[in-house]
Each structure stands twice: as structure tokens, then as C-alpha cells.
Ligand binder design. Structure first.
Ligand code: AMP
Length: 397
């Protein structure tokens, strides 16, 4: 089956055309600056690449039209007509408590997506726009499926998702831990079970998605039982630019001292904090590693804080699950940075984690990076959210 995977942002749209039988990516690219001055990129193996500026893209509909035109182009295209696209899969950020799994999109689902907009006011409207643009351009006959970042974590028990606030805020305002990166955590934990040759139902796994945004999930028997992100993706670990967890009392103190309103404060927490805030250098771990190696102490502190945060979650989630069979590293930092993986795992020998430094000297490839006699296995698994979305879409279309 050929599935077009769409990840629509407010002014951007990432796309991939996948063949779900061969699991091959046929073509992929990015529409950026939608509604501004339109930038379009397209890549397909063995075909000419497109990298065009000033493409007329006043709305997401023209962006989808540009994607389809590139896919069927006689020179660079990979399909002969739009009718070869069997279905479209959309990444949707927030499914609230309504969606515990992926779902085929119909009018009822669209209404429920609209209802969840207040939970993700920046992201969900863009996802809805992407779905409407596909319907407008491709017609209502092409099945579309929504795959939610939050859905995998809907199995968490109340003890993990209820916040210690007046309970009415949960009942009336839906304030609770939802968690994100669910598609990634689901993909890598299923791959882990395959790599270990065990049924996922028999495994206790800790999935560390460490990228620009980072989250950790405790996955017991294939079900998410806890995760570090919360009501929004601001919670949990210190990230590239997000603070992660913080004493809420700090907010009032800083707002009154610096005359900030809540919007400015939240912007600091989202955009100027995390490893960028502490280091004062960069949110990019490659820059940070280089600066640390040239002796910058604040950069070293930012990286140490990040590793310490991950280590604490691993300990906490092992306790929450009553043990752990394997720890998974994924996403930009987790897949590529051997030093960070080593630093995080060091000191966990007491709980049966023993790394193999040679096996760990690897990037971006599935591998077992713990020693043969390590009681807890450590796995490197490149994430593939697009493939997961495409497989869900093929199943439901
Ligand atoms: P993601 O959000 O998953 O795309 O991850 C982005 C993060 O991964 C950025 O902070 C990058 O610096 C980091 N990253 C990518 N490649 C490497 C690498 N080779 N070594 C260290 N960090 C990397």
C-alpha cells in the first residue's frame, strides 16, 4: 500500500510517501513558509532533487498540490497518478482522552479534533488544516487516518496521570498528564521486543527519546505506564530550549522581579531554558559537545544536568515497574551521541546495566550496546514515526 504521511505545522508541512509492504520511503520533503514566501523541497532516491524558493503557497492546500505535482512529475516523480496513493496518515499532536489509538478520520473524528484544540492551541489547528487541505485537494474518497502523539500514553494509570491539584481541574478542565512522543515510544518498544526475540507483553522497557525535545516512557507489557512529559511537552527533562520540571513558585518570583506577564514567562520556559539557558551557548547537542571539549564549564554543567535528569528517570521508572529488562536510546541525541549514552548509563551498574564501549561506538543503527553479561540490555534504536504512522494508516484505511 502507498501511504502519504503528513505532519502539518502552522506554516510548514513535512511529507513522506511510503510503501508499507516494502517499508521503503519512495519520496519525502518539506513545504515551509506557507502563507509567507513558500519554500519547497523534494527528494526521491535516484531522482532529481527539488529545492525551490518563492513557490506560491498561500495556504496548506497549495502546499499539498505542490507535493502531489512533484510525486507525479514525469521526470522526478515516483507514481504515475494521484490515484496510486491509497491513503493519507496525519500526525496529530493531541488526542486528549478521546483517542487512545489511531483512527480513520470522518466527520465525528473531525468534531472531536476541534474539541481538543484548547489542549494544544498551537499544534492541533495546524493538524486540522492539513487534514482539510488533503480532503480539498485529493477528494473525500481517499481514506485519511489520524495518529496521535498522546494516544500511546492513554494506558497510564491514574496514579501516574492525575496531578496533585484540586480534582475539579481534572474533571472540568481536563488538566492531567497526557505525555507526547507516543508514536516514537510505541515504535521503538516494538522494535526492542523484536530485537530481544521476546513478546512485548513479557517485557519491562524504558524508552529514552532524547532529541531537541526529550521524553522518557516506562512501558510495561507493551503499555505506557508513565512518561516524563505532561499536560504539555514542557514537562520532564531539561531539553534543548525547554526547562522541563520546575518549582512552580519560581514563576511568580521571576515574573514580579522582571515585570514579565505569564506569556513572556512561558516563552522563557519554552524557548530560552533547558541546555540553551544553562549553557548560554546553544540548544544543539553537537555545539554543546564541541564547547565542552574546549573547556566551557557552563556547557559541561548543562550536559551533566541533562544526563543526570535521564538517569533519575531511569531509576524512577525501574522502581515504578518493579524492574527493567531493557533501556532504549532513540532520537537525535540518543541515536548519535555515544558519549551522552555512556554518561547516562554509567553509575547504573548497581541495577544490572553494563555497557559495552565498543558496541556503543556506533551511530544511527539498531544495535545492542550493553555487554553480553549485562542483566539489563541497552539498545540503540533509530525511531521512525513516519513508518509507524504509515503502518497504522494501512491497517485502518
Ligand atoms: P531530534 O529532535 O530528534 O531531531 O534531535 C535533534 C538533536 O540531536 C540536536 O540537539 C542535535 O544536536 C542532536 N544530534 C544530532 N546528531 C548528533 C550527533 N552526531 N551528536 C550529538 N548530537 C546530535
Amino acid at each position: 500500500m502507498k501511504v502519504l504521511v503528513i505532519n502539518a505545522g502552522s506554516s510548514s508541512l513535512k511529507y513522506q510517501l511510503l510503501d508499507t509492504n516494502s517499508q521503503e520511503v519512495l519520496a519525502k520533503g518539506l513545504c515551509e513558509r506557507i502563507g509567507i514566501d513558500g519554500k519547497f523541497t523534494y527528494k526521491a532516491p535516484g531522482k532529481p532533487t527539488v529545492d525551490a524558493a518563492d513557490v506560491a503557497m498561500p495556504t496548506h492546500a497549495e502546499a499539498i498540490q505542490a507535493v502531489l505535482a512533484a510525486l507525479v512529475d514525469p521526470l522526478g516523480g515516483v507514481i504515475s497518478s494521484m490515484s496510486e496513493i491509497d491513503a493519507v496518515g496525519h500526525r496529530v499532536v493531541h488526542g486528549g482522552e478521546t483517542f487512545a489509538r489511531s483512527v480513520r478520520i470522518d466527520d465525528r473524528v473531525m468534531a472531536a479534533l476541534e474539541e481538543n484544540v484548547p489542549l494544544a492551541p498551537l499544534h492541533n489547528p495546524a493538524n486540522i488544516t492539513g487534514i482539510k487541505a488533503c480532503t480539498a485537494v485529493m477528494g473525500p474518497g481517499v481514506p485519511q487516518v489520524a495518529v496521535f502523539d498522546t494516544a500511546f500514553h492513554q494506558t497510564m494509570p491514574p496514579v501516574a496521570y492525575v496531578y496533585p491539584l484540586p480534582y475539579e481541574y481534572y474533571q472540568q478542565d481536563k488538566v492531567r498528564r497526557y505525555g507526547f512522543h507516543g508514536t516514537s515510544h510505541r515504535y521503538v518498544t516494538h522494535r526492542a521486543a523484536d530485537m530481544l526475540g521476546k513478546p512485548i507483553e513479557a517485557l519491562k522497557l524504558i524508552s529514552c527519546h532524547l532529541g531537541n525535545g526529550s521524553s522518557i516512557a516506562a512501558v510495561s507489557g507493551g503499555k505506557s505506564v508513565d512518561t516524563s512529559m505532561g499536560f504539555t511537552p514542557l514537562a520532564g527533562l531539561p531539553m534543548g530550549t525547554r526547562s522541563g520540571d520546575l518549582d512552580a513558585g519560581v514563576l511568580e518570583y521571576l515574573m514580579s522581579r522582571h515585570g514579565m506577564d505569564i506569556k513572556e514567562m512561558v516563552s522563557v520556559l519554552n524557548k530560552k531554558s533547558g541546555v540553551l539557558g544553562v549553557s548560554g551557548v546553544s540548544s544543539d547537542f553537537r555545539d554543546l559537545c564541541a564547547a565542552r571539549d574546549s573547556g566551557n564549564d557552563r556547557v559541561a554543567l548543562a550536559l551533566d544536568m541533562f544526563n543526570y535528569g535521564v538517569k533519575k528517570y531511569i531509576g524512577a521508572y525501574a522502581a515504578a515497574m518493579g524492574g527493567v529488562d531493557a533501556i532504549i536510546f532513540t532520537a537525535g541525541v540518543g541515536e548519535n551521541d555515544a558519549d551522552q549514552r555512556m554518561a547516562i548509563a554509567s553509575g547504573l551498574e548497581f541495577m544490572g546495566v553494563k555497557m559495552d564501549p565498543d558496541a556503543n561506538a556506533i551511530r544511527g543503527k539498531e544495535a545492542i550496546i550493553s555487554a553480553i553479561d549485562s542483566k539489563v540490555k541497552v539498545l540503540l534504536i533509530p525511531t521512525n514515526e513516519e513508518l509507524m504512522i504509515a503502518l497504522d494508516t494501512a491497517e485502518l484505511a
